[in-house]
Design a protein around this ligand. Structure first.
Ligand code: CU
Length: 172
């Protein structure tokens, strides 16, 4: 098991190096397209409304969202709290399966300038809202994954996931 896990880690590192290399200039001199900050995903122009509220207790009012495979969703997060954004900001980040949440939240907590949405996971993030201060809200449009399953969403403000600011998107 240990060997397999090491091999998996090695494969992930190699894949990361390969991807990093892709962002560099083409040695042939051709202009390489600049790497997008967020992986290119088709975004619907409208979708079924889903509303989630976060608060100063570091909880979402909805912890299960049921969607159909591939369904267009317009997800709104509202911050109903009153504490300032720098100490109690909230976002909602929906991620693909296969991401180790402890690693993800650790990296997210370091990504202060990116509002705690770590760029290295761009390809693994299905959708995310802005980081919201008290009374603010943000809506993101996205297509639900085509694959049936359970997908984690969480607030990546440091510490919030650990006290339960999370939920699951259920695709069926
Ligand atoms: Cu939060």
């Amino acid at each position: 098991m240990k060997t397999l896990s090491s091999l998996t880690t090695l494969a992930a590192v190699l894949a990361a190096l390969f991807l990093a290399g892709c962002g560099k200039k083409d040695p042939s001199g051709a202009a390489a397209p600049s790497a997008p900050a967020v992986a290119a995903r088709a975004v619907p122009t409208e979708g079924r409304t889903v509303e989630v509220v976060g608060n100063d207790s570091m909880k979402f009012n909805v912890t299960e969202i049921r969607v159909k495979a591939g369904e267009a969703i317009a997800l709104t997060l509202k911050n109903a709290g009153t504490m300032p954004k720098f100490s109690m900001g909230h976002n909602l980040v929906l991620i693909e399966n296969g991401v180790k949440l402890s690693d993800f939240t650790s990296d997210a907590s370091q990504a202060v300038k990116a509002d705690y949405v770590p760029a290295k996971y761009a390809a693994k993030i299905i959708a995310h809202t802005k980081l919201l201060g008290p009374g603010e809200s943000d809506t993101v449009l996205f297509y639900a994954p085509k694959q049936v399953g359970r997908y984690d969403f969480l607030c990546t403000f440091p510490g919030h996931f650990q006290v339960g600011m999370k939920g699951v998107l259920i695709v069926d």
